[in-house]
Design a protein around this ligand. Structure first.
Ligand code: AMP
Ligand code: ZN
Ligand code: MN
Length: 868
């Protein structure tokens, strides 16, 4: 037995150990699998690119526009030009208008064409300062630049070659990137001529990287143009003018490398060294041609002047960042176009909407990844790789990898490091797991640069990030957004908007109210039920979902009145498109009219307040605002109150006969506000203008500070006024004028039950007065001038006065039918604008909506107090 027990124990221990080992192995295996399927780290954590050492970058990878140098003009009181104009425009225009002929002397005294064995490598700040001092003494120097563009989104200047008659300088613009402004003065000095060959790109590259602007230039390529030379390349000039050959292939070298190879140094020096000699010889030629061609002595310089003019025109160019409607859009369109043209036989693939969609998605993703990692888009994913992925539609990460490698057969670094460390993204993108195009980008940005992001944040992508409103944002005022960003950020701001304004809980609780004979009267929300219950007017008949039965006899039944609408349960979705994730209440009949309806016509709210998603809301609202303008025209009743006049002044002015007495309440308010805030700082002419506006309200008399304060309140509803008081922390004392027009426009009495009509779910109904941002008001006419009669609810600043007059007119001319027709018109406007596909059954443009439940109705004003 003992032995047996030992064996048993041994077996138990052995199996436990085995199990542990197996578990550990499985654990390791799982971990490994997890690591390979989602690389936790971006290649940039180990691949340090030289530009990441730059501390300040003028053109970053965000979508915001490029800000040009702002030159403080000392002579005219420090007035600054806008950042999108050329800071040296006037200097350049001056050169264009009056060129100085004595300047075209590029060489002086002894000159040896040969390139000496030595040159100056400039890589420290002090060396750069010394160079600037040297150049400041010259009348002319030659310039060329070398760029790097493959491993950078916008490209950067890797080297500047500068040659004087005596020396060749190679400026290491990577090492000196942040202090290159040291050279700004010599480049913008109109007394020093800069000789380039084909400067179009150099000029804007210098602006982009260093805010260096060239003023006074001689471009030997422009001279070629004017002289109609058979070729205009620098290689041709070097050969034909200097007898020097150069290997232009070196132009494509990686100019970031340090130290530069001997061959590259030689190439770089060659591009600048001979320019002064070439310019000198071409100037002579231009003068000669002028003399040959001219009939008078006046225009013997015309060729030279033309070359100079064309050169300086180049200087006027401004660097701008490329923009497009949506990231990668232009590239995608041209790819699709080129592919379609090259593959007539294969058009079944290319015309496939899935192919085109994938091309667009890949291009958008590629664009954003290039910006995030500061790589060129072609480095991230080549055009042929995009086409390959969109055509093959690979289904595994391995297939994606192979598709790209195959497409880039000639390249030995394919797929790129970006693809390798973010293969999962491409995989999800190709499998459509990331969603539609507009969600992909914020998602990708958050994945890469968000708080849990995989990729490093740099000077190049920081602004991209803060412009996106993602988690890292330090809620400071974001820079003005670029047009191309609009659609891009629209998604983000839409999300914020939805979060802020959409209904927090389902709007329709779909609780039921039954009549005492058991017939369904309507659906409504919980609060309405509780209102009837707490007053002993109903009994609970069902718990889940809630249902009550009224204990009194309701006046009518929905089916008797053709109001089937009220006995439909309602879905918590946008009635326009069916969106169910978020919705907002939308009032089909604008509040500025509806508040003035007779009480019993108002009560069918639930029919005319519907749920809409943000996008449908926008469409419907825009249509309603347009229609309001039509109503204003049709009825001849303006949307805004045109004139107010202080009543006291109105009387003393003899009833305000004059048509132009008074001012618009909005004008009055803004004028008073501006005067109070900036009165002593504004130009006197502007101040006088604003004072006139306010004086007009006070009948032309002189006004005090107190009058200004009072003017601020004109047209405000008490609600708005209370808000202002709360903000200022004081009670604004202003003489309240009594309303002599007693009609009650009170929307909700304290006694009113929650919610609108019987089906009006309380949360649907809410506070009508805030409906369209146009609080309601009362007003009376005073000989054509509307006097502000401040009723408890009214404001003159919105559409309230318009709404009131329209409704009064309708009632006077057509009675209640007029109001009903008016409602139908608004429903039609709504339907025409949106073509809603999800309106609840029974919803009807011609809805008459007389709905109340008789003497105990929540809308029977006389019963309100007694029931409560
Ligand atoms: P260059 O002044 O002719 O040496 O050209 C200046 C810079 O322009 C080079 O450093 C390249 O970055 C860029 N570049 C000009 N032409 C080409 C080209 N055909 N291919 C690639 N890069 C070019
Ligand atoms: Zn990354
Ligand atoms: Mn060059």
């Amino acid at each position: 037995m003992v032995v047996n027990e030992k064996v048993k124990l041994a077996i138990t221990v052995a199996s436990l150990v085995a199990a542990t080992i197996l578990l550990a192995a499985e654990y390791r295996r799982r971990r490994r699998r997890k690591q390979t399927s989602s690389p936790s780290s971006c290649y940039l954590h180990s691949d340090i690119k030289p530009q990441f050492g730059f501390k300040r970058v003028l053109a970053d990878n965000s979508f915001s526009g490029f800000k040009h140098l702002k030159k403080k003009k000392l002579e005219d009181g420090g007035g600054e030009k806008p950042s999108d104009s050329h800071p040296y425009e006037s200097e350049i225009t001056a050169l264009l208008e009056s060129p100085r002929l004595d300047e075209f002397e590029f060489l002086r005294g002894e000159y040896s064409l040969e390139m000496s064995g030595s040159y100056v490598w400039v890589e420290t700040e002090s060396e750069l300062k010394k160079l600037a001092e040297t150049l400041a003494k010259e009348k002319v120097f030659a310039v060329d630049t070398e760029q790097h563009s493959l491993r950078s989104f916008l490209g950067f200047t890797a080297l500047i070659q500068i040659s004087t008659q005596e020396e060749d300088f190679l400026v290491d613009t990577i090492a000196l990137h942040d202090v290159m402004s040291i050279l700004r003065p010599v480049f913008s000095n109109p007394d020093i001529c800069k000789v380039f060959h084909g400067a179009d790109n150099d000029v804007i590259w210098l602006q982009r990287d260093f805010h260096i602007y060239v003023v006074n230039m001689f471009d030997t390529a422009k001279a070629c143009e004017v002289l109609a030379k058979p070729q205009r390349s620098l290689a041709y000039l070097l050969e034909s003018v200097c007898g020097v050959s150069t290997n232009k292939l070196l132009q494509r070298e990686d100019w970031r490398q340090r130290p530069l190879s001997e061959e590259m140094v030689r190439y770089a020096r060659t591009d600048a060294h001979y320019l002064l000699y070439i310019a000198d010889s071409m100037t002579a030629e231009l003068k000669q041609r002028g003399i040959e061609d001219s009939s008078s002595t006046d225009d013997k310089f015309s060729f030279l002047l033309e070359a100079s003019r064309r050169s300086n025109m180049i200087c006027l160019q401004l660097y701008t960042k490329e923009t497009e409607d949506f990231p990668g859009n232009a590239a995608a369109s041209s790819l699709i176009y080129r592919h379609l043209n090259g593959h007539e036989d294969n058009s079944s693939i290319s015309l496939d909407p899935k192919f085109q969609e994938l091309v667009r998605e890949l291009c958008a993703w590629r664009d954003l990844m290039a910006r995030i990692h500061d790589e060129s888009t072609r480095y991230v994913l080549s055009d042929q790789a995009v086409i390959a992925l969109a055509s093959n539609q690979p289904v595994t990460p391995e297939q994606i990898h192979d598709s790209i490698a195959q497409a880039d057969l000639s390249s030995d670094s394919s797929p790129s490091a970006v693809i390798c460390s973010h293969l999962d993204d491409v995989f999800q993108l190709t499998q459509h797991k990331l969603g539609k195009l507009d969600v992909i980008l914020p998602l990708v940005l958050d994945k890469c640069l968000g708080t849990e992001g995989t990729c490093p944040i740099s000077v190049f992508n920081y602004s991209l990030l803060i412009n996106f409103n993602t988690k890292l944002t330090t809620n400071r005022s974001t820079p003005k957004r670029h047009k191309s960003l609009k659609r891009f950020t629209r998604k983000t701001s839409r999300d914020l908007f939805v979060k802020k304004f959409s209904c927090k809980a389902p709007v329709y609780h779909n609780c039921r109210i039954y009549a005492n004979d058991g017939r369904l009267l309507c659906y409504c929300d919980r609060r309405k039920l509780e209102w009837y219950m707490s007053r002993g007017l109903a009994k609970l008949v069902e718990e889940d979902p809630l249902a009550i039965m009224l204990l009194f006899e309701p006046k009518g039944r929905p089916e008797d009145e053709g109001n089937d609408f009220y006995i439909q349960s309602k879905k918590n979705i946008c009635v326009g498109c069916g969106e169910g994730d978020h919705y907002l209440r939308y009032r089909i009949i604008p509040s500025c009219y509806r508040v003035h309806f007779p009480e019993h016509l108002k009560s069918h709210r639930s029919h005319d307040i519907v749920l809409l998603c943000v996008d449908c809301h926008e469409v419907a609202h825009a249509a309603a605002e347009r229609y309001k303008k039509e109503v204003a025209k049709e009825f001849g009743i303006p949307l805004f109150v045109r004139r107010v006049l202080d009543s006291v002044e109105c009387e003393s002015a003899g009833g305000g006969d004059s048509e132009d007495a008074g001012v618009s309440p909005l004008h009055l308010r803004t004028a008073a506000m501006a005067l109070l805030r900036h009165g002593n700082r504004m130009p006197s002419s502007r101040r006088e203008e604003l004072l006139q506006t306010v004086k007009m309200y006070y009948g032309g008399r002189d006004i005090s500070e107190e009058d200004l304060e009072k003017a601020l309140l004109i047209g405000m509803s008490p609600h708005e006024r209370r808000k202002l008081e709360r903000k200022k922390g004081v009670t604004v004392s202003v003489k309240q004028e009594n309303s002599n027009n007693g009609s009650s426009v009170e929307e909700h009495s304290e006694e009113a039950p929650p919610g609108g009509d019987m089906n009006g779910e309380s949360s649907v109904v809410g506070d009508d007065s805030g409906g369209d941002g146009a609080p309601e008001l009362n007003d009376t006419q005073c000989n054509g001038n509307i006097l502000h009669q401040q009723n408890s609810k009214l404001s003159l600043l919105g559409h309230g006065p318009h709404g009131k007059q329209v409704v009064e007119y309708l009632l006077k001319e057509y009675g209640e039918d007029g109001v009903r027709d008016f409602c139908q018109r608004w429903r039609k406007v709504f339907v025409d604008a949106l073509h809603p596909r999800h309106l609840p059954g029974g919803w009807d443009v011609t809805h008459s909506g007389r709905r109340d439940f008789g003497e105990f109705s929540v809308y029977n004003p006389t019963k309100k107090v007694s029931t409560g």
